[in-house]
Design a protein around this ligand. Structure first.
Ligand SMILES: Nc1ncnc2c1ncn2[C@@H]1O[C@H](COP(=O)(O)OP(=O)(O)OP(=O)(O)O)[C@@H](O)[C@H]1O
Ligand SMILES: [Mg+2]
Length: 249
C-alpha cells in the first residue's frame, strides 16, 4: 500500500466545448492537509467533483487507496470513504441541526451508530451543540459551514474534501473552522483536500499547496517552502505583479 490516499493523474474534464481541467495531476498523502488555490473559474470545484465522481472526465486516472475510481458512481465513491462538502455549505434549512446530522449518518449505518457519531461531531463543534434544536436555516454562515463539515464527518469518510470553506466568513471564524479541521485530522487521522480562492489564511494551516489557473496546475509545493507568497502570486496571476500583494488578501 502506498502512502497516497488520493491521486488524480493527467485529468482532463470538458463541459461541452469548455475544457475545465487540462492534463491536471494532484495527489494527497494519508493524513495530509492539501489546499488547491486558484482564482474564479480555475477549475477547483471541478477537481473535487472529479474525485467525487461528479465531473465529465474525458481522460486521466483517479485512484483512491490504490483502487481505480475513474468513472465510478458518486454514491459508490462516497461509500468507499470520500466525502465532499460542496461550495455554499448545503444544509437542509428547515430541518434542525440534529436532524441534518442524523440524516447524513443514516446513509450507511444503523441509528445507534448514528447517535454515537452525532455525539462525536458535537465534541468537535460545541457551537452546534448549542444550536442542536435550531432549524439549520437560522444558523450563521460560520455555523452552517460547521454543520456541513459535521455532516461529512457523520459518514466516517477517510478523506474529506471541502470546497471554499472560507467563502463569505469573517477571518476569526475562518481560523476557528481551520483549527477544528486540524484538530479532527490529529484525533482521527483524517485527510483533507481543501479549495480556497485566497492563500493568505491557508498557508499556515496546509501541508502542501497546488495553484490552479485556467484548468492547469501552475505550481505545487510544501506550504512551508512557499510561505513568502511570491511563487504563489506569480502562479496565481500568471505574471509578476507588484500590486498583487494587495489584490490577493
Ligand atoms: N456544469 C458546468 N457546465 C459548463 N461549464 C462549467 C460547469 N461547471 C463549471 N464550468 C466551467 O468550468 C470552469 C471551471 O469551473 P469551476 O467551478 O471548477 O472553477 P472554480 O475554480 O471552482 O471557480 P470558483 O472559484 O468560482 O468556484 C469555469 O469556466 C466554469 O464556467
Ligand atoms: Mg468553485
Amino acid at each position: 500500500m502506498s502512502n497516497t490516499i488520493l491521486s488524480l493523474s493527467h485529468i482532463t474534464v470538458r463541459y461541452g466545448q469548455m475544457t475545465a481541467l487540462r492534463d491536471a495531476s494532484i495527489h494527497v498523502d494519508k493524513g495530509e492537509v492539501v489546499c488547491i488555490i486558484g482564482p474564479n473559474g480555475a477549475g477547483k470545484s471541478t477537481m473535487l467533483a472529479a474525485a467525487a465522481g461528479g465531473a465529465p472526465v474525458v481522460s486521466g486516472n483517479i485512484q483512491f487507496n490504490d483502487k481505480a475510481i475513474t468513472g465510478v458512481a458518486p454514491e459508490k465513491i462516497a461509500r468507499l470513504g470520500i466525502s465532499l462538502v460542496p461550495e455554499g455549505r448545503h444544509v437542509f434549512g428547515s430541518l434542525t441541526v440534529e436532524e441534518n446530522l442524523q440524516i447524513a449518518g443514516y446513509i450507511q449505518k444503523d441509528s445507534g451508530q448514528a447517535k454515537q457519531d452525532v455525539e462525536r461531531v458535537l465534541t468537535y463543534f460545541p457551537r452546534l451543540r448549542e444550536r442542536l434544536k435550531f432549524p439549520a436555516g437560522r444558523l450563521s454562515g460560520g455555523e452552517q459551514q460547521m454543520l456541513a463539515i459535521g455532516r461529512a464527518l457523520m459518514t466516517r469518510a477517510k478523506l474529506i474534501m471541502v470546497d471554499e470553506p472560507s467563502l463569505g466568513l469573517a477571518p476569526k471564524i475562518i481560523d476557528q473552522i481551520y483549527q477544528i479541521l486540524l484538530d479532527i485530522r490529529r484525533t482521527e487521522g483524517l485527510t483533507l483536500l481543501i479549495n480556497e480562492q485566497s492563500s493568505s489564511r491557508i498557508l499556515k494551516h496546509a501541508d502542501r499547496i497546488y495553484v490552479l489557473r485556467g484548468g492547469v496546475i501552475q505550481l505545487e509545493g510544501r506550504a512551508a517552502d512557499l510561505a513568502d507568497g511570491e511563487a504563489i502570486r506569480e502562479a496565481y496571476f500568471g505574471f509578476q505583479h507588484s500590486d498583487a500583494r494587495e489584490t490577493q488578501q
